[in-house]
Ligand binder design. Structure first.
Ligand SMILES: Nc1ncnc2c1ncn2[C@@H]1O[C@H](COP(=O)(O)OS(=O)(=O)O)[C@@H](OP(=O)(O)O)[C@H]1O
Length: 401
């Protein structure tokens, strides 16, 4: 009887060993599979990739709001996930400042059944945009404090927006006055509302969102409601990290995928400090943008509250930590003037402002370098790289006739 007991005990032990062995083998296989997925990741992200591809996204890229920073994030995500981009047929904007039309988009590349991502400058037409993007697309955009936005738009586009150019000429003869303050003293006298190039000269964010941006009209409330319904998220530049956390939740992204550096930053000497009277004038001239911003700021905080303010705060901390890690790994120097940057990472300049960039560290592995260069890659360079990757030929330039 004792012998029988010992045998039974022994066989239970053996059986246990066999199960343990099997479990161990299973664990090792799973671990190897995970490692394989990680080393296949072209950008060297180190988190586990167990989720499906993100849903299609249309990011309405507004002017001078921090939108190149968000676009860069989208570009990195799209490239990593091998998504199909809806690119403009010509160059890198959808025939701006014309109102968007579905036929401004280049064709679907062979092998793709739908566009997954769109994030180039346009003047919005929701109906047309919906013809291009799949039904389950997530619509997002970004707004910034209207006074800061206008000041940035003015200085960047002084030579391209006719109303600003006229004011600059007047300022050149007026002693020691900034072009912006000369413009704001009598904006109507420089501004021809029938000139299409003047779209950004008043309420630039409303203009980009496709609203009638020249004056309040009866269709505004309805148009605003449509925008509020269409956009799952309107990010706010003043709460950029909170905005990214909400974006990450919509697209099911990891904090590592939300890490960023500020792109398209002006040299501090090009920023016109805003005195109180300038602020009041800016406010009056861009009152529709003020209204738009205030509405979506309120919507933003409602969304944040629904998400949970405590949870948001915790996740902002995680995002900042991962951003900090990536910056430390990648960036040798920030705020670098264009003359000291290689062509690849030099941001586009205009003749009235200096746009600063980043120097990437030198002691990186090839894989890390790929990740780091993409992090600081300016809009035009990244756009042409992705365009070439998708179509196998260079971006077309805009016909000159
Ligand atoms: N993360 C973040 N948060 C807040 N602000 C940011 C961010 N990233 C960039 N910026 C500032 O945004 C301005 C550039 O905006 P855009 O990239 O939209 O410009 S563009 O229209 O694409 O040329 C530019 O503003 P100015 O420096 O005032 O011109 C950038 O400094």
């Amino acid at each position: 009887h004792r012998k029988e007991m010992t045998l039974r005990w022994l066989s239970t032990q053996l059986w246990r060993h066999r199960v343990m062995g099997l479990l161990l083998a299973l664990c090792v296989t799973l671990l190897l599979m995970l490692l394989a997925t990680q080393s296949l990741d072209p950008n060297g992200y180190t988190f586990m990739r167990t989720r499906r591809s993100p849903p299609p996204v249309a990011f309405l890229k507004t002017h001078k709001t921090g939108s190149s920073t968000v676009q860069n994030l989208m570009f990195r995500l799209g490239e990593k996930e091998n998504l199909t981009f809806a690119f403009p047929y010509y160059a890198y904007q959808f025939s701006y400042p014309d109102r968007f039309r579905a036929d401004f988009v280049d064709e679907l590349p062979p092998g793709s059944s739908q566009f997954d991502m769109l994030c180039s400058h346009m003047r919005l037409d929701l109906g047309q945009l919906k013809q291009v993007m799949p039904r389950n697309t997530i619509y997002i955009t970004l707004l910034r404090d209207p006074l800061q936005t206008f000041e940035s738009v003015f200085s960047y586009y002084t030579s391209t927006v006719p109303a600003f150019t006229l004011a600059k000429k007047a300022a050149d003869t007026a002693n020691r006055k900034s072009a912006l303050s000369v413009f704001l003293e009598a904006p109507e006298s420089y501004w021809d509302p029938t000139e299409p190039g003047n779209g950004l000269a008043r309420n630039p964010m409303s203009f980009d969102l496709g609203l009638s941006s020249q004056e309040w009209n009866a269709s505004w409330p309805m148009e605003l409601t449509q925008l509020e319904e269409a956009f799952q998220l309107v990010m706010i530049a003043e709460h950029f990290d909170e905005s990214l956390v909400l974006l990450g939740a919509l697209l099911q992204l990891e904090p590592e995928e939300l890490a960023y550096v500020h792109l398209n930053v002006r040299a501090p000497s090009d920023i016109t400090p805003l005195e109180d009277d300038t602020k009041a004038r800016l406010w009056a001239w861009n009152s529709l943008d003020v209204l738009l911003y205030n509405l979506f700021l309120q919507v933003f905080w409602e969304k944040a509250e629904q998400y949970g303010l405590g949870r948001l705060k915790r996740e902002v901390a995680l995002l900042r930590a991962s951003t900090q890690r990536l910056r430390q790994k990648c960036v040798a120097r920030e705020g670098v003037p264009p003359g000291e940057l290689e062509d690849l990472v030099r941001p586009w300049q205009t003749d009235t402002v200096t746009i600063l960039g980043y120097k990437v560290r030198g002691n990186l592995t090839l894989q890390e370098e790929g990740l780091c260069v993409r992090l600081v890659l300016p809009e035009l360079q990244y756009h042409s790289h992705l365009y070439f990757q998708q179509y196998g030929h260079d971006m077309r330039s805009i016909p000159t006739d």
